[in-house]
Design a protein. Structure first.
Length: 89
């Protein structure tokens, strides 16, 4: 089965046959859905109403740059200095 190969799945012959049957069943079901007349149905993203539970976006002052850099282990040119990664010097 090409799908199993593309997904790098190692399937037995029985598993390939079963997956092929299941995929065929799903495609038939999708075809049944495509055949429905849904022109009068309004699209939706959820079957029930959702309410945004996030807080209001309120602008607040940020941290003082000098105070933050003042407690940093290393500073260079007004920025945090961090050690190189990946063996780079």
């Amino acid at each position: 089965m090409k799908v199993a190969y593309l997904a790098r799945l190692e399937l037995t012959a029985d598993e390939i046959e079963r997956a092929t049957d299941q995929l065929g069943d799903m495609l038939e079901h999708f075809a049944d859905i495509d055949a429905l007349d849904l022109d009068a149905v309004e699209p939706m993203t959820q079957p029930y109403p959702l309410v945004n539970v996030m807080r209001d976006d309120v602008v607040e002052p940020g941290l003082d740059r000098e105070a933050v850099l003042g407690v940093a282990p290393q500073v260079e040119d007004g920025r945090f200095r961090v050690p190189p990664t990946g063996g780079e010097a």
